[in-house]
Design a protein around this ligand. Structure first.
Ligand SMILES: NC(=O)C1=CN([C@@H]2O[C@H](COP(=O)(O)OP(=O)(O)OC[C@H]3O[C@@H](n4cnc5c(N)ncnc54)[C@H](OP(=O)(O)O)[C@@H]3O)[C@@H](O)[C@H]2O)C=CC1
Ligand SMILES: Cc1cn([C@H]2C[C@H](O)[C@@H](COP(=O)(O)OP(=O)(O)O[C@H]3O[C@@H](C)C(=O)[C@@H](O)[C@H]3O)O2)c(=O)[nH]c1=O
Length: 285
């Protein structure tokens, strides 16, 4: 059996991993929430790795409140950078491969084409910067790592844009959503499958990989399709980032080029609309 530790195991992606874990019979999982293991506490992390043996650690723990991070910089740093560094050290000492999740928000969003793994990062928010610093801490401390950058995660678990839109459609008669930020939504269960396929493949091609569903849309387009598929009774209007003010600045164009991971795992691309349909079916069950 391959032994796997999932940190941040009670979050959205952690719950997606848990929901598909039974499909992978040769993998043996331990899911830890923030109360079980605080990744920002190096003493706790070292002790836990000393007393338990794993082949892989999947780090789903993160500070993900993009706007709040602008006011809680130190907290975001402790989790996204120091937490990642602590795990990298512990994995190195104990010969564990680290699979770490990062974000499209490490880019500034000025590119016209989808970002490749080699493109220069230049985060424009505290969240993005702390996530990039987490990546750098892993790269410089642990050769045996996979860093998977993904974008616009949603699922039936936790809180996310899809669930927010569904809630707002019940509370409001009209809604404005920004139409000047382009990216690609990703069903977190599709990402969870990809992570477990990496482990299953026993690949040693360590490094950074991009993974998202397929397509390029704005948040407005996404909201429109969520309301269409869920037959929500709401008037949706386009707005822009200047009008819909938020504490953090988001990239204008953060589409990821995912060809590297598709060729590593011989994956079939999954269109974003198709995955949205799958997720809404799960939510309505
Ligand atoms: N959500 C998204 O749209 C995107 C997410 N990502 C990345 O994907 C990964 C998973 O995100 P997602 O599942 O959506 O995030 P969630 O916010 O749903 O989950 C993050 C989890 O991390 C836990 N956590 C926070 N601090 C600590 C800590 N100090 N020690 C241990 N656990 C901690 C949280 O626990 P608690 O609630 O108890 O604090 C929470 O359960 C993250 O790395 C994120 O940056 C990338 C692109 C898009
Ligand atoms: C709720 C709402 C949001 N918006 C805008 C705000 C923002 O620009 C955009 C997305 O909103 P959210 O705040 O839900 O999403 P946001 O927190 O920006 O999502 C990001 O989260 C982090 C963790 C990531 O790593 C990113 O990949 C990305 O998924 O939609 C509207 O225009 N109208 C609305 O009613």
């Amino acid at each position: 059996m391959t032994k796997i530790l999932v940190t941040g195991g009670k979050g959205q992606l952690g719950q997606c991993l848990q929901s598909i874990s039974n499909d992978f019979k040769t993998l043996d999982f331990v899911f830890l929430g923030s109360n079980d293991l605080d990744i920002s506490n190096n003493i706790e992390v070292e002790a836990y790795f000393k007393n338990n043996t794993f082949d892989y650690c999947i780090n789903c723990a993160a500070y993900t409140a993009v706007d709040k991070a602008e006011e809680e910089q130190e907290k975001a740093k402790q989790i996204n950078e120091i937490g990642a560094k602590n795990l990298a050290h512990a994995c190195f000492k104990n010969s564990v491969t680290l699979i770490h999740i990062s974000t499209d928000f490490v880019f500034d969003g000025t590119a016209k084409l989808p970002y490749t793994e080699e493109d220069r990062t230049n985060p424009i928010s505290v969240y993005g910067k702390t996530k990039r610093d987490g990546e750098l801490a892993i790269i410089s401390n642990l050769p045996e790592h996979f860093i998977i950058r993904t974008s616009w995660l949603y699922s039936e678990f936790g809180s996310n844009f899809v669930k927010t839109m569904l809630r707002l459609s019940e509370e409001k008669k009209e809604l404005s959503v920004v139409d000047d930020q382009t990216g690609c939504p990703t069903y977190a269960k599709d990402l969870a499958e990809v992570i477990l396929k990496i482990i299953d493949s026993q690949s040693k091609k360590f490094g950074i990989y991009h993974y998202s569903n397929q397509g390029q849309i704005t948040w407005y387009d996404f909201a429109k399709e969520i309301f269409k598929q869920s037959k929500a009774d709401i008037n949706l209007y386009k707005t822009d980032s200047k009008t819909f003010k938020t504490l953090a600045t988001r990239p204008k164009h953060s589409v990821l080029n995912t060809s590297k991971i598709h060729s590593l795992l011989k994956l079939e691309p999954i269109q974003w609309k198709k995955s949205l349909e799958t997720c809404l079916t799960q939510i309505n069950k």
